[in-house]
Design a protein around this ligand. Structure first.
Ligand code: UT7
Length: 324
């Protein structure tokens, strides 16, 4: 018998305001046709003035707790994956903890940019498996709209705001790949590529927040290769094959990356959950947002094998195999 972390509830939240490609085309030299053809994005959600990452995170967390039928008081670990915390410190996770009315447990942030949710999920899984935690809230939440240079058409059309959350609970499994819960995860980073995707400011350097900068074409080139490799590595770690996968739940950066990765694994695009058209790239929020979307619309069924994956600034990348 072995301890497993199982996802027992999901939730997500999107700010009310929608920004369409046509509206962006009125601001910068771009077009709906270019954005749709090169990225698959049609619209993105933008946080309202005074609506912060912790608000988005708390809304998703409440929905995940409700879906799990678990009271916030039972949670003993909160990890928020974000690169856009409300303040440099305290950690967004402690703000969420307070907003949920909790006064106990452990709460901290993880910053691995777009891979943040995979990193946070892996840390929470490790803490549950070793007995350091029993019930965890793992949240990806971002307000990337506040990091964008709205005059740079190469980046401002790509991102949006949102949040997603899962509740993980310790359960007993047999240790086999038929167990429900997190079966395996693999993470990677390579700091040689810091300058391909970064923010040109920070609390410890310029004393300013800075704006997102990206060499998109080069990030794209690495993305398909790295993602396909880590997905294959993660499946092998769980003694599973690509044909066992019911749903790929990918980071939603670009539809062409999703298509290219699926092709490399020999999976049809129909088995990939796609939300990039409606949400754009919400960084650490995109995987749990896509997961919650496919759980709530009934696509994901008990015992389905899910393969979650993401890649982002750093570079960082990772994947997780989850039996639903
Ligand atoms: O979440 C973290 C991971 N991030 C990613 O995975 C992003 C990866 N990169 C991408 O998704 C793509 O590289 C982009 C969508 C960013 C760009 O697509 P691309 O096909 O790689 O285009 P490109 O950068 O090679 O640019 C092609 C042309 C350029 O014009 P010239 O130099 O050929 O005349 C750009 O200036 O498209 C131009 N361009 C635009 N045109 C209209 C760039 N952005 C735009 C735009 N509208 N918004």
């Amino acid at each position: 018998m072995t301890r497993r972390a199982r996802i027992v509830g999901t939730g997500s939240y999107l700010p009310q305001t929608i920004l369409t490609n046509a509206e962006l085309a009125a601001r910068v030299d771009t077009s709906d046709e270019w954005i749709v053809e090169r990225t698959g994005i049609r619209q993105r959600h933008i946080a309202a003035e005074g609506e912060f990452t912790s608000d988005l995170a708390t809304a998703a967390a409440r929905r995940a707790l409700e879906a799990a039928g678990i009271d916030a008081a039972q949670v003993d670990l909160i990890i928020v994956a974000t690169a856009t915390p409300d303040q440099t410190f305290p950690a967004c996770a402690t703000v969420v903890q307070h907003k949920l009315g909790m006064t106990a447990g452990v709460a901290f942030d993880v910053n691995a940019v777009c891979s943040g949710f995979l990193y946070a999920l892996s840390v929470a899984d490790a803490m549950i498996v070793t007995g350091a935690a029993n019930t965890a809230l793992v949240i990806g939440a971002e307000t990337f709209s506040r990091l964008l240079d709205w005059e740079d058409r190469g980046t401002c059309v790509l991102f949006g705001d949102g949040s997603g959350a899962v509740v993980l609970r310790a359960e007993t499994g047999s240790g086999a790949a038929t167990d429900r819960g997190i079966l395996a995860h693999r993470l990677h980073s390579d700091g040689r590529y810091n300058d391909l995707l970064y923010v040109d400011g920070g609390a410890g350097s310029t004393g300013t927040v800075g704006k997102l900068r990206m060499k998109g074409r080069e990030v794209f080139r690495h993305a398909v290769t790295n993602l396909a490799a880590v997905m294959t590595e993660t499946l092998a770690a769980a003694d599973l094959k690509a044909e066992d996968v019911a749903w790929v739940i990918p980071h939603q950066a670009n539809l062409r990356i999703l298509q290219g990765t699926a092709k490399k694994l020999g999976l049809p695009i129909e088995r990939v959950v796609v939300t990039v058209d409606r949400h754009a790239n919400t960084s650490a929020a995109s995987v749990p947002l896509a997961l919650d979307t496919a759980v709530r619309d009934g696509r994901i069924k008990p015992f389905d094998l899910l393969l979650l994956e993401a890649m982002g600034g750093g570079f960082t990348w990772g994947a997780a195999a989850v039996r639903w």
